[in-house]
Design a protein around this ligand. Structure first.
Ligand SMILES: Nc1nc2c(ncn2[C@@H]2O[C@H](COP(=O)(O)OP(=O)(O)OP(=O)(O)O)[C@@H](O)[C@H]2O)c(=O)[nH]1
Ligand SMILES: [Mg+2]
Ligand SMILES: [Zn+2]
Length: 324
């Protein structure tokens, strides 16, 4: 059996597509029965795979990730993408804009070895841009903000000032903010489906359902994602980070035994620096954590669910073989 290398370029529920490193040849892939790893492959992952005599591809393992974007929910599907250099948090300049929502996206985007840039879309439809930019600047003074019309290539070219050749970027944001529209403008073709937002409140209709990576001619890669439902609105939500969100930050540090003081790749430090986490909040978290002896181990739970999924797959494939 010859072990080959590829990158995961599309994930939709439990369907994976892999491609060669230039993105020219794309094939469906399944998870091999012997798959080992803490979590299932996500878009952006470099993987080892093999091809059987019938041309079917099976993923054997995920190579070490530079970083992993994930969110904490009760869903199984909490991992978003990996190996990202630039995270564009996208919002439109209209009623859908909420600073609390940007904070939540920032939390997801706080991963090692990457930078966060805000994209404010639909500038062509907005008459008071300052109303949106000013609070964002106040909240995140260190992050770049780009204002644009997603359909205008001259505007979209601004992205290349923060996104270099051979870097991978991702669009994160609510439904309807123009993530797929940006993809189409970048590629100069209608490769991603887009759909009008609701007029009453500017909310999108969850048009994109898969995570897809696209290859630009200049060596850059871009990932389109579905609008995240749980971050649809932060109204009536406590702005402070939830307990499990801070716990989640700690799992994103580069080193397992990180002391969150001077290590590089420390996600907690990064969150403190960019202002989504305050020092007092973090102190409070540590106190509560110390007093809680049996903190539910989300990681183990997640792993348990994924192992269960793989087991089910094994049984299915065994049954298929029996039927043959
Ligand atoms: N005028 C204008 N319309 C825009 C702009 N960006 C996006 N749109 C429109 O907004 C609607 C939603 O855009 P999409 O690209 O589908 O949004 P999305 O973020 O991909 O949404 P989901 O796939 O549902 O997460 C479409 O009708 C787009 O044409 C913009 O900058 N200006
Ligand atoms: Mg879309
Ligand atoms: Zn740390």
């Amino acid at each position: 059996m010859q072990v080959l290398k590829a990158q995961v370029c599309s994930v939709s529920r439990n369907n994976w597509k892999i491609c060669d490193l230039k993105g020219s040849k794309i094939t469906n892939a399944d998870i091999n029965n012997s798959f080992v790893g803490e979590s299932l492959p996500v878009v952006g992952d470099f993987v080892d795979y093999f091809e059987d005599d019938w041309g079917n591809c099976f993923i054997l393992k995920v190579n070490e990730r530079k970083n992993l974007l994930a969110r904490h929910t009760k869903d199984v599907d909490k991992n978003i993408a990996s190996n990202i250099d630039v995270i564009f948090i996208v919002s439109s300049l209209n009623n859908d804009f909420e600073i609390e929502k940007m904070e939540r996206f920032c939390l997801i985007a706080t991963v090692p070895n990457s930078k966060i840039v805000f994209l404010l879309t639909k500038s062509d439809l907005c008459s008071n841009i300052d109303k949106y930019i000013n609070p964002l600047k106040n909240r995140f003074p260190d992050n770049k903000i780009i204002v644009l019309n997603s359909k205008d290539i001259n505007d979209v070219n601004q992205l290349f000032s923060v996104w270099r050749k051979n870097e991978t970027a991702i669009f994160l944001g609510s439904s309807g903010v123009g993530k797929s529209t940006l993809i189409n403008t970048l590629l100069g073709a209608e490769v991603a489906t887009t759909f009008d937002v609701r007029e009453s409140d500017d909310k999108g209709r969850h048009t994109t359902t898969a995570r897809n990576m696209y290859f630009l001619d200049n060596g850059r890669k871009i990932i389109d994602t579905p609008g995240i439902r749980s971050i649809q609105s932060a109204q009536n939500q406590n702005v402070q980070l939830a307990f499990d969100e801070i716990a989640d930050l700690e799992t994103k540090c580069k080193y397992n035994n990180c002391s969150h003081t001077s290590e590089d790749g420390c996600a907690v430090k990064k969150a403190l620096e960019c202002g989504i986490l305050s020092k007092s909040e973090f102190e409070r978290f540590k106190r509560i954590q110390a007093s809680k002896e049996r903190l539910t181990d989300k990681g183990k739970f997640e792993l348990h669910k994924q192992t269960k999924f793989l087991k089910t797959k094994k049984i299915e494939s065994r049954n298929r073989k029996k039927q043959k």
